[in-house]
Design a protein around this ligand. Structure first.
Ligand SMILES: O=C(O)c1ccccc1N[C@@H]1O[C@H](COP(=O)(O)O)[C@@H](O)[C@H]1O
Length: 210
C-alpha cells in the first residue's frame, strides 16, 4: 500500500486543490491563533466543503478547551481531530467518546523515554503522530527529530511521521522509519504560512516514489 500523505496548514482553495491533485490523502487545517497557518472555523468550514470526500480532513487544535473543540466539530465536520498540545490520554479518550470522529495525538519525540511514555495513549487515540519536540510553537516548526529513535519500535497503534519533512528528505524518512503516513506543513511553504503549490507537488511525488 502506498504511503498516506497529509499536507497541513492549508488556507486557500488553490493549495487545497493542488494537494488533492498531487495525491494527498489528508488535508489539515490549523485552528490555533499563534500559528502563521491559523484559519478561523468559518474558513476551515469553507475549505472542508471544497475537499468533500476526495481526501480525509483534519482539524488541528492545541490545548483548546472543550467548547472550541465542539464548535470546530460542529462547524467544520472534519474526519479527524488532531490534538497537538499537552492533552492527556484521559482527556482525549473522553472527548473522543463524544465526538464520534478519529482523534489523533501529536507527540514531540525528544528521547527514548518519550517514546516509552507514548504507550499511555494506546487504546485512547486512533493515531500517534511523532513530531519534533515543541519550540516556539507546539508544532509546525520545520524541525526534524532523531528518526533512529523509532528503530525497532513495535507500534501498537497506527502512527504517522511529522517534523521538518520536505520534498528533499521525505523519501529518506519513509525508508528509514517505514512510516505509513507522512505529514508536512512548513516544508512545503515559501514563507511561514504561505504554501507553495510546486513544493506540495514535489513533496507528494517524492513520498509516493519512495
Ligand atoms: O503548522 C502549524 O503551524 C502548527 C501549529 C501548532 C501545532 C502544530 C502545527 N503543525 C503541525 O506540526 C507538525 C510538523 O510541522 P512541520 O512540517 O515541521 O512544519 C505537523 O503535524 C503539522 O501538522
Amino acid at each position: 500500500m502506498s504511503v498516506m500523505i497529509k499536507i497541513c496548514g492549508l488556507s486557500t482553495p488553490e493549495t487545497v486543490e493542488a494537494a488533492i491533485a498531487a495525491g494527498a490523502t489528508h488535508i489539515g487545517f490549523v485552528h490555533f491563533e499563534p500559528s502563521p497557518r491559523h484559519v478561523t472555523l468559518e474558513q476551515a468550514r469553507e475549505l472542508r466543503g471544497l475537499v468533500g470526500n476526495r481526501a480525509k480532513t483534519v482539524l488541528l487544535t492545541s490545548n483548546a478547551d472543550i467548547d472550541t473543540v465542539s464548535r470546530g466539530l460542529n462547524m467544520v465536520q472534519p474526519d479527524i481531530m488532531q490534538f497537538h498540545g499537552s492533552e492527556t490520554p484521559e482527556w482525549i479518550a473522553l472527548v473522543r467518546e463524544k465526538i464520534g470522529v478519529e482523534g489523533w495525538k501529536a507527540l514531540g519525540l525528544k528521547d527514548a523515554g518519550t517514546l516509552e511514555r507514548s504507550a499511555k495513549f494506546i487504546g485512547k487515540v486512533d493515531r500517534l503522530l511523532f513530531d519534533a519536540p515543541a519550540k516556539a510553537l507546539p508544532g509546525g516548526n520545520g524541525e526534524t527529530f532523531r528518526w533512529d529513535l523509532l528503530n525497532g519500535h513495535e507500534h501498537k497503534v497506527d502512527w504517522a511521521l511529522a517534523g521538518g519533512l520536505t520534498p528533499d528528505n521525505v523519501a529518506e524518512a519513509i525508508r528509514a522509519t517505514g512510516a505509513p503516513l507522512v505529514d508536512t506543513s512548513s516544508g512545503v511553504e515559501s514563507e511561514p504560512g504561505v504554501k507553495d503549490v510546486d513544493l506540495i507537488r514535489a513533496f507528494c511525488k517524492a513520498a509516493l516514489e519512495a
